[in-house]
Every structure is written in C-alpha cells, then in structure tokens.
Design a protein around this ligand. Structure first.
Ligand code: AMP
Length: 279
C-alpha cells in the first residue's frame, strides 16, 4: 500500500515504522515519465522500501516565469508511482520546505561554476539545499539520480562526500523517446513542431560522438559540429554547447580519453538539456 504525506512529521513516522528496512529514495519534481520510472524501478530492485519526493523546488529556479510554467499533475504522478510499487511519497508545499524563517543553504563551490551553474545562477545552490533536506528527512541508504542531469549528479556526489552523508548515490542512464529525444517533464511544453525540432539535441550529440570515435580529437571541431546542427534547425537558440572534462566540467582543447558532450538549447523558448558521456 502506497502512503502519501505532506508534513515532515508524518513522513518520518511512516519511514521509521520498521527501522530494519533499507530505504531507496528517488527525488523528483513530478510530471513523471519513463525516465523517472527507470530510477524507481532500480530503487525497487535494490531496497526493501522505496520513497519518492515530488516537489517543484522554487530555490533552484532562477527564473520565476520558468517556475510558473513547470508542468504539474500530482494525481497522474501518484497513479504511476502506485503502479510502480512505491511505498512512500512526500509531497510537501513550498511553505513546508522553506518556511518564512528559513535561512540555511548548501553551496558546492567549484563544479557549480561551469555549464548549468554559469547560465543559471543559484540553480545548484537550490538543488544542493533541497537534496540535503530530502536526505535528512528520508534518511535513505541509497538515492537515485539520472545521468541526464550529469552536472547535478556530480554536484550531489561531491556534496555527499564533503558533508559525510551516510548513503550511496546511484546513477541511472538517460531514458530517451524512440527518436532519441531525452525524456523530460519540460517536453510537455513543446508544440508539435517544436517537439519535432527538439530532436536536434540528440542528433548534434551523436554527430559529435561519431566524429570523436572516428578520430576527431579537437574539442573546438566537435563543438562546431554540434553548433552547426543546432543552428540549422528552426526555432532554436543555443544557451551553451560544451565538450568538457566529465569531473571538473572545464572545457577541453583536445579529447584524450573521457569527455562529456553536453548542451542546453532553447527550442521555441523551452530550455532543454542533454548529454553523452564518452568514456
Ligand atoms: P526532475 O523531476 O526533472 O528533477 O528529475 C528527477 C530525477 O530524474 C533526476 O535525477 C533526473 O536526472 C532524472 N531524470 C529526468 N529525466 C530523465 C531521463 N530521461 N532519463 C533518466 N533519468 C532522468
């Protein structure tokens, strides 16, 4: 039986009902899709109990309009989680997470300066803060994050190590639509034409990957290949196109072994991100 709670006290009580059980946690912002369910599935395989949080975290939105337009459908989300076999769902209100007296934030320093952190000031501070709160509330043994948000994953891993959170971070591969578009709650905001054009992210990433695998080691050339494909697609605007070191997120000059190919693109005003990790 899946239980759903709003307050921290109710959630904690249910979580500690049987203290011998091992818990896995999947943090989400809701409007769930197969990418989220992949995380839930893995959590169900590896733990006795699975908790999911659904919270559109205002602290990680640097743009109020983006926060307002973020898609939401709690009823549908709860149906999907029930089907998936989740035990406990936390759906707090913003006032419960950030009461008027709130004043504590978590800042991961260096790796948040690049890419997403550079174009979305304050974003990772909001992410790290809410995820620390989720870890404290659920006290999971494992927590699940998608490779789709590669830099977020790295920020959370760094935070767990730095602050000695006693849990394991499990990374899950990016789940894609049949044409390659990475699943995202934000895809719901794309018009049919924009949805078609949004394939350009995956096309650009795979073109760069293919060039790299056939010997193109110049990061500048790889960025150029991706930029050309995006720029030749209607309705798009580039936020960034990157070939970076997968641990430091600094831009590379020459790709030796590892690289994170990534980008953030506006398609008809909807901001989409995607990446491919070359190992
Ligand atoms: P969100 O609700 O967008 O904040 O995402 C919640 C979690 O699901 C994060 O760890 C994301 O990285 C992960 N996630 C989102 N989309 C995908 C996807 N297409 N494939 C795998 N994981 C995903």
């Amino acid at each position: 039986m899946m239980e759903v709670f709003q307050t921290v006290d109710d959630l904690r009580q249910a979580r500690w009902e049987n203290p011998t059980k091992i818990w896995g946690l999947v943090p989400t912002m809701g409007f769930l899709h197969a990418g989220h369910l992949r995380l839930v599935e893995q959590a169900c395989e590896q733990n006795d109990r699975v908790g999911v949080s659904i919270f559109v975290n205002p602290a990680q939105f640097n743009n109020p309009n983006d926060l307002e337009k973020y898609p939401r459908n709690l009823e549908q989300d709860l149906d999907m989680l029930k089907q998936a076999g989740v035990d406990l769902v936390w759906t707090p209100t913003p006032q419960m997470v950030y009461p008027a007296s709130y004043q504590t934030y978590v800042d991961v320093e260096q790796i948040t300066q690049k890419l997403e952190g550079a174009t979305r000031p304050g974003h990772f501070r909001g992410v790290a803060t809410v995820v620390s709160k989720l870890f404290n509330v659920f006290q999971p043994t494992r927590a699940y994050f998608g490779q789709k948000d590669a830099q977020q994953l790295a920020v959370i891993k760094q935070m767990v190590e730095d602050l000695n959170f006693n849990l394991e971070i499990v990374a899950c591969p990016t789940v894609r639509e049949s044409d390659g578009l990475a699943m995202s709650s934000r895809n719901a905001n794309l018009s049919p034409t924009a949805r078609q054009n949004a394939i350009c992210l995956y096309k650009a990433l795979t073109a760069a990957k293919d060039a790299l695998l056939s010997g193109q080691q110049s990061a500048e050339m790889l960025r150029h290949i991706m930029t050309e494909i995006i720029e030749s697609t209607a309705m798009t605007q580039i936020d960034y196109v990157s070939v970076a070191h997968p641990q430091t997120f600094s831009e590379l000059e020459k790709v030796e072994s590892q690289a994170l190919l990534s980008m953030a693109i506006f398609v008809d005003g909807v901001r989409l991100i995607d990446n491919i990790l070359i190992d």
